[in-house]
Design a protein around this ligand. Structure first.
Ligand code: BES
Ligand code: ZN
Ligand code: ZN
Length: 488
């Protein structure tokens, strides 16, 4: 990963590579841009949001190239624009093969400087991430060696630290997520979880199939029944045995979702390697939370399975009994995420956490509803929902709340069993999925469900996610936990 430092400097005439400066529209430009002002004008650079200008300094400065990025009018500026500025600078440096990049932190009374530095650090780290591990020739890719966030007013280590912890955890999720189903099997994720547990001193339990049977986790077992890569469940715990309030994150971990006997169409089926994103996000969250040393207890629960058709696979019509005793008619084997989550939610509920958040690439329907811009949020607890909405505005992993009225639960009532795993209509598909999950949440437990199907990956150019897996949810949930832990 690219190294990022933050430095206090006397002026911006520093570095030996690219100097990037983000400016508001109509702002007076920094001194370093002075020799180029005429050209900036000629090029009609006004600092509109997303507008960029660059020039070689032709030996007139220490740095070799200047890159100016427009933030738009200051009063409309959002923190995320600094992530975008960093992303644009990284893209420029990579395209021009410049190995070192300095980015000026900029000044604004609207934001705390530590927050700006944090956003810049996140933008730098997230946009320089590439998945190259499985390519044997490395010459096509170019990596920036060193990036510095520079400021004339202070070093702002706190912002750098927060930005580094969060973006490293997120890139860790992206790296694991990018590995396809033949590599990142349930057993392999369990191995990765063990490595993390050792490094960050977390408690860990890995349940194999035999133990899951004893524990009556028939949802996980049924979904994983069709694959030679056998199902598992991983439970990690941070601050185990301490007195702090207990929080729980549960993540859907389908290492590949073919749909099972209710087979998916083959178009873009390869993207279903990302169906494990939720479980990986849970790993990323517990990693970040432990590195921040938040004063909470946290369990991360990862129900892991591969959903494949085979002679041993579950079939449409099968009836299974979930950990909490409720019976489910499996009318569609492609609605498998809710089955593994059902067991996991029931299991975690027994620990009586004060808050339980699940995160899952649960439905295509949430993409129809919200597109690729927002995470679907489902909760009966308005305070918890607002905490997540607030965190999402801060991290720009924006969430949008959907209703969870009891009428939706009616649609999930079973014919031959307590409930069915799909409703008869296609209406409100992401809500009926959430209504299904609700059946497995213990009474009086504050619970929220995040459907990240739309944001798990990017398909079009994004300001700071290059391509593929985004690891969305890590910063969102960690930020929400941080805020809740402060409130006590
Ligand atoms: N993993 C999918 C949901 C998904 C679809 C995530 C596209 C990301 C992109 C999930 O297991 C699924 O297949 N859901 C079905 C539910 C349906 C059978 C009720 C869906 O959304 O079509
Ligand atoms: Zn599915
Ligand atoms: Zn799925």
């Amino acid at each position: 990963m690219v190294s990022i430092e933050v430095k206090k400097v006397r002026n911006l005439n520093v570095g030996d590579g690219l100097l990037a400066v983000a400016v508001f529209q109509k702002e007076r430009y920094p001194k370093e841009a002075a020799p180029f002002l005429k050209e900036l004008k000629k090029e009609q650079f006004e600092g509109k949001l997303g507008q960029a200008y660059f020039t070689s300094t032709l030996g007139k400065r220490n740095f070799k190239r200047l890159f100016v990025f427009g933030l738009g009018p200051e009063k409309e500026c959002e923190l995320d624009y600094f992530r975008r500025a960093a992303g644009a600078a990284v893209r420029h440096a990579v395209a021009n093969r410049i190995p070192s990049l300095s980015i000026a932190a900029g000044e604004s009374r609207r934001f705390r400087k530590d927050d700006i530095v944090q956003a810049l650090a996140e933008g730098l780290a997230l946009s320089s991430y590439q998945f190259t591990k499985l390519k044997s020739k490395k010459e096509d890719s170019f990596e920036i060696r060193k990036t510095s966030i520079i400021s004339t007013t202070g070093p702002f280590q706190k912002g750098l630290r927060a930005g580094t912890i969060l973006s490293s955890a997120q890139n860790y999720v992206r790296e694991l997520d990018e590995n396809p189903g033949n590599i990142m099997t349930p057993a392999r994720i369990a191995e990765e979880a063990k490595k993390l547990a050792k490094k960050n001193r977390l408690g860990i339990k890995v349940f194999d199939e035999k133990q899951l049977k004893k524990m009556k986790m028939n949802g996980i077992l049924a979904v994983g029944g069709g694959s030679v890569n056998r199902p598992m469940m991983v439970v990690l715990e941070y601050n185990k045995g301490k007195k702090h309030p207990l929080y729980a994150v549960v993540g859907k971990g389908i290492t590949f979702d073919s749909g099972g006997i209710s087979l998916k169409p083959s178009k873009k089926m390869e993207e279903m390697k990302y169906d494990k994103t939720g479980a990986l996000v849970a790993l990323g969250v517990i990693r970040a939370v432990s590195e921040f040393a938040l004063p909470i207890r946290l369990v991360a629960v990862l129900p892991l399975a591969e959903n494949l058709p085979s002679a041993a696979a579950q079939r449409p019509g099968d009836i299974i009994k979930i950990r909490n005793g409720k019976t489910v008619e499996v009318l569609n084997t492609d609605a498998e995420g809710r089955l593994v989550l059902a067991d996991a939610l029931a299991y975690v509920s027994e620990m009586k956490p004060s808050v339980m958040i699940d995160v899952a690439t649960l439905t295509g329907a949430v993409i129809i509803a919200l597109g690729k811009e927002a995470v679907g949020l489902f909760s009966d607890d308005t305070e918890l929902a607002e905490a997540l909405e607030h965190a999402g505005r801060h991290t720009h992993e924006r969430v949008w709340r959907m209703p969870l009225w009891k009428e939706y639960s009616e649609l999930m009532k079973g014919t031959f069993a307590d409930i069915k795993n799909i409703s008869e209509t296609r209406e409100a598909g992401s809500i009926t999925a959430a209504a299904f999950l609700k059946e497995f949440v213990g009474e009086k437990i504050r619970w929220a469900h995040l459907d990240i199907a739309g944001v798990m990956n990017v398909e079009r150019p994004h300001p700071y996610y290059g391509s593929g897996a985004t690891g969305t949810g890590v910063r969102l949930i960690t930020e929400a936990l941080r805020r809740m832990s402060e409130k006590g």
